[in-house]
Design a protein around this ligand. Structure first.
Ligand SMILES: NC(=O)c1ccc[n+]([C@@H]2O[C@H](COP(=O)([O-])OP(=O)(O)OC[C@H]3O[C@@H](n4cnc5c(N)ncnc54)[C@H](O)[C@@H]3O)[C@@H](O)[C@H]2O)c1
Length: 431
């Protein structure tokens, strides 16, 4: 088969490589010439795909900006971004643009699948009419499906192949066709009855995480005020072998998914005169969590009799989650912005993020960032960094709980399953 993938980012590139590894030919289309050139040179820009892995299947992946190449494909998968506008409304620009180029190349017999996270109804109400402008009829002349991506960048246990893939089709034949396609690269597929169930299923997953993270973030602020160690509370509660799932507080929510996707649903709900209060409240709590972090930094300086103005602050980890260089919506950006506005001198260390142009900052070596620092803030705990060493050398505020020493007085008895840890790190983690 030849499989077209539109949008070669965190979702599209791993998918392209997976199909190529399964022996299929891939036409990967992206509007970014820079990205296409990098792929042609065998260079990956996605952490989960080492360049060697890309190079091993390079002969089966054609990276191009030429959308007419999609006409050669048996199936075309759309993986473009679904961001919010500055007014926090769905920005379907990339999705509409991608649907248009797929329509321009559409052939009878093709399967078109949307993977981008979006509100229920998008595939039927927005994508389908664009494709049918060609005169071809969905369900009869071509197949149409929605299958949400659940990839979790940086997750070494759950990847595309072993994460069940939800699939909704416009018709049963559309769904069967998509099931066969994903069966090439996924161990299990989960067929559902409609496009809308598949679309909303993905949003439920993300809202579930957003709400639980907000709840534990709020409780962390209360525990702080009450002088209670929230981590010990969480450890204790986590020993309950049923009816509890562990979530951990952090500096706030980042990434392309959790701070964004739930608002696709609240926007759609408003059209139906329905208020999605959990989504709004969770968004509010998570968006204000970085300000709580700034307050903690101020207190740490205050204990030394110092003001924020003129203080040297080392920030450890600026990506939104460990092991990746993605800074989209990262809470570190809000924290740095606020501390700089208060007059702090910021240095950061993040092996995955070489510069933060908007702040005029570059990644500095760890020891250099710590040298002369009044305090250090652990915002994202990347693997391979000795955080205990940091905490031992500089007064440290640890928003991720990685340096806490008094862990888990209470542990589950050996014969009970250890509760699954849900950290305050947006999946997308598939998100
Ligand atoms: N990143 C994740 O972890 C994750 C997980 C699950 C779902 N998703 C969803 O998947 C979708 C894609 O996310 P992503 O993280 O891969 O985005 P990304 O920004 O990493 O990649 C998107 C790619 O699409 C390209 N692009 C944009 N508009 C285009 C167009 N009109 N035609 C062709 N290419 C175009 C961009 O240049 C970019 O390379 C989003 O809806 C997102 O919510 C993301």
């Amino acid at each position: 088969m030849t499989i077209g993938i539109v949008g070669l980012g965190y979702v599209g590139l791993p998918l392209a490589v997976a199909f190529a590894e399964a022996g299929q030919r891939v036409v990967g289309v992206d509007i970014s010439e820079a990205r296409v050139n990098q792929l042609r040179a065998g260079e990956s820009y996605i952490e989960d795909i080492p360049s060697e892995q890309l190079q091993a299947v390079a002969s089966r992946i054609e990276a191009t900006t030429r959308t007419t190449r999609l006409a050669l494909c048996d199936a075309v998968i759309i993986c473009v971004p679904t961001p919010l506008t500055p007014n926090r409304e769905p920005d379907l620009g990339p999705l509409i643009g991608a649907s248009q180029v797929v329509a321009d190349a559409l052939q009878a017999g093709q399967l078109v699948v949307l993977e981008s996270t979006t509100y229920p109804g998008t595939t039927r109400e927005r994508v389908l009419p664009i494709l049918e402008e060609t005169g071809l009829v969905a369900g009869r002349d071509f197949h149409l499906a929605f299958s949400p991506e659940r990839v979790d960048p940086g997750n070494e246990i759950h990847a595309l192949h072993n994460t069940p893939k939800i699939i909704g089709g416009l018709t049963p034949a559309c769904r069967n066709r998509a099931e066969a396609l994903y069966g090439l690269v996924c161990e299990s597929v989960v067929p559902v009855s409609t496009l809308e169930v598949a679309e909303m299923g993905k949003l439920l997953e993300n809202i579930f995480r957003s709400v639980n993270i907000a709840m534990v973030n709020e409780l962390s602020r209360l525990a702080d005020r009450m002088g209670i160690d929230i981590w010990e509370v969480i450890d204790a509660a986590s020993t309950k072998p049923f009816g509890f799932m562990r979530f951990e507080p952090g500096p706030g929510m980042g990434g392309h998914c959790l701070p964004v996707d739930p608002f696709y649903l609240s926007w759609k709900a408003r059209e139906l005169d329905f208020a999605t209060e959990f989504i709004e409240l969770a968004g509010k709590v998570n968006q204000t969590q970085p300000y709580f972090c700034v307050e903690q930094a101020e207190r740490a300086l205050n204990e030394q009799g110092k003001a924020v103005k003129g203080a040297k602050i080392a920030i450890l980890g600026v990506a939104y989650k460990p092991g990746v260089g993605d800074i989209r919506e990262s809470p570190a950006l809000k924290i740095i912005d606020r501390l700089q506005a208060l007059g702090a001198e910021i240095a950061y260390h993040d092996p995955f993020v070489s510069e933060l142009k908007q702040f005029g900052l570059h990644n500095t070596e760890l020891e250099q960032a710590l040298a002369g620092a009044d305090i250090a803030l652990i915002v994202t705990a990347h693997p391979g960094i000795n955080h205990d060493h940091i905490a031992a050398s500089v007064p440290t505020v640890d928003f991720r709980g990685v340096t806490r020493t008094q862990r888990a007085v209470a542990r589950p008895p050996a014969d009970l399953p250890v509760p699954r840890v849900e950290q305050n790190q947006p999946m997308e983690v598939a998100a």
